[in-house]
Design a protein around this ligand. Structure first.
Ligand SMILES: Cc1cc2nc3c(=O)[nH]c(=O)nc-3n(C[C@H](O)[C@H](O)[C@H](O)COP(=O)(O)OP(=O)(O)OC[C@H]3O[C@@H](n4cnc5c(N)ncnc54)[C@H](O)[C@@H]3O)c2cc1C
Ligand code: SF4
Length: 429
């Protein structure tokens, strides 16, 4: 967006009282105020309004499903007009300060308390930024080589490049937050050490690897998980990324859509999305699906894989069966069953699993008081505190997998929970 395009778009906003766009944002960014500041040319002030509510305002301006959040709630819909482009305006304002390395926020006066954050994804980053400004010394432990969690490694590069994620991380580092990468808590750092060295611990470990398909042939060369596939597109130049000529992706969530869209854009000739339910039941957002349709992806509804076929150890085809839905009872979704004799094969040289991520929270079962539920999410109170008082948690590891903006909102709320639990310590001036 150029400055004049941004000013023109900002001029369309009605600056609604009780604005629905604010209510629909999990971090409650004061949208009309930041838009007004863009209109008056005060980009620095606009960015401040955004970042005070959401320290990852730059990445959220790129990856948020605005169609179902702020822009979906914009009153312009009622007037039969297109909604204000809140996401693009937000990106315009925050990029202005990040491009110029303008530091809007600073570390608070040290209050003598230390907090550890496990994981360096959006949840921990938001928690750390909030606490650092309140005077806490925060150390982030992350097992990856570089920080940022899925913002750096997992979200499709056409939405958010690793470089943009790391730029935001740097702004948080400048608040005095210490990052210890390649350090896995539970393995490299025991819980006992964390508890001894820190006054509180925030758990923001997200989710892990993609679930297996549990069909024969899964070990063939050319079969991979969605995370592995996307990670390569984020951390290498596009020319270096190896994509299949003919790809099948299993699943129909937003991750699957990211995979097929990226594959098409990286030059795959034929891309197949395979889903055992129908188009109506697909979990992906509608606008993401529309994007994939425009890119020419082949959708196979009511279809599920039964075998991956190989030649010389490499994938050569995927064998599928048609499915049908049994009617559901009450609120329960109908079960999916195979249609006998309907098997068929699609010739492919790559199969990507995109059927959700496994939890990584098993290790917390060793901490007395922390409840890890059956599906692997960590149970927390309204203050984001676990059953072990020193431990707070938020983000995908507590909500089972939502959006970046939800993780940011959780991290911020958990920081406030930690601050309240530690008695709101403030240094005396
Ligand atoms: C493929 C994909 C695409 C997505 N696209 C979008 C999108 O377009 N828009 C959107 O809003 N959301 C999207 N999401 C969701 C979004 O990325 C997540 O909701 C968000 O990143 C969750 O943040 P988090 O901090 O909870 O976890 P993560 O971002 O997963 O960060 C967790 C961090 O914890 C670290 N960790 C785990 N265990 C340990 C340990 N024991 N010790 C140390 N470190 C550990 C991990 O290495 C990781 O860095 C997508 C998710 C996926 C998988
Ligand atoms: S709802 Fe739309 S018009 Fe109203 S303040 Fe929000 S962005 Fe502006």
């Amino acid at each position: 967006m150029t400055s004049s395009q941004a000013a023109l778009e900002a001029a369309r906003c009605l600056y609604c009282f009780d604005a629905p766009c604010i209510q629909s944002c999990p971090t409650h960014i004061d949208v009309p105020t930041f838009i007004k500041k863009i209109y008056t040319g005060n980009l620095r002030g606009s960015a401040r309004v955004i970042l005070e509510s959401n320290i990852l305002g730059a990445s959220c301006g790129r990856v948020c499903p605005t169609e179902v959040l702020c822009e979906g709630a914009c009153v312009m819909h009622e007037k039969g007009q297109r909604p204000i482009e809140i996401g693009r305006l937000q990106r315009h304002a925050v990029d202005y300060v990040l491009d110029r390395e303008i530091q809007l926020f600073h570390a608070g006066t040290p209050n003598g308390k230390r907090v550890a954050c496990i994981g360096s994804g959006p949840a921990s980053l938001a928690c750390a930024a909030e606490l650092a400004q309140a005077g806490y010394r925060v150390t982030i432990f992350d097992r990856n080589d570089v920080p940022g969690g899925l913002n750096t490694y997992g979200i499709a590069a056409y939405k958010l490049r690793a470089h943009d994620s790391l730029r935001e991380v740097e702004a948080i580092r400048r608040l005095g937050v210490d990052f210890r990468q390649k350090t896995e808590v539970g393995r490299d750092v025991p819980f006992a050490q964390l508890e001894q060295e820190f006054d509180a611990v925030f758990i923001g470990v997200g989710l892990g690897e993609t679930w297996d398909l549990a069909v024969p042939g899964e070990n063939l060369i050319g079969v991979c998980g969605a995370m592995e596939f996307i990670e390569a597109t984020k951390l290498r130049s596009f020319a270096e990324v190896q994509v299949g000529r003919r790809i099948a992706c299993i699943g129909a969530g937003n991750t699957a859509i990211d995979v097929v869209t990226a594959a098409k854009r990286l030059g795959s000739e034929s891309v197949h999305l395979i889903y055992r339910r129908g188009e109506k039941e697909m979990p992906a957002f509608r606008y993401e699906y529309d994007l994939a349709k425009l890119d020419g992806v082949n959708f196979h509804w009511y279809t599920q894989p039964v075998q991956i076929i190989g030649e010389g150890g490499r994938v050569s085809a995927i064998k599928c069966v048609r499915t049908r839905l049994e009617p559901g009872s009450g609120r329960e979704r109908g079960k999916v069953g195979p249609v006998p004799g309907s098997e068929f094969e699609i010739a492919v040289d790559m199969v990507v699993r995109a059927i959700g991520q496994k939890p990584v929270t098993d290790l917390f079962r060793a901490v007395p008081g922390i409840e890890v539920r059956d599906k692997g999410t960590i149970a927390i109170s309204d203050q984001y505190q676990t059953g072990a008082p020193k431990y707070f948690a938020g983000g995908d590891c507590t909500n089972g997998g939502k959006e970046v903006v939800d993780a940011v909102a959780d991290g911020k709320s958990a920081a406030r929970g930690i601050d309240a639990w530690l008695g709101r310590p403030r240094a005396r001036n």
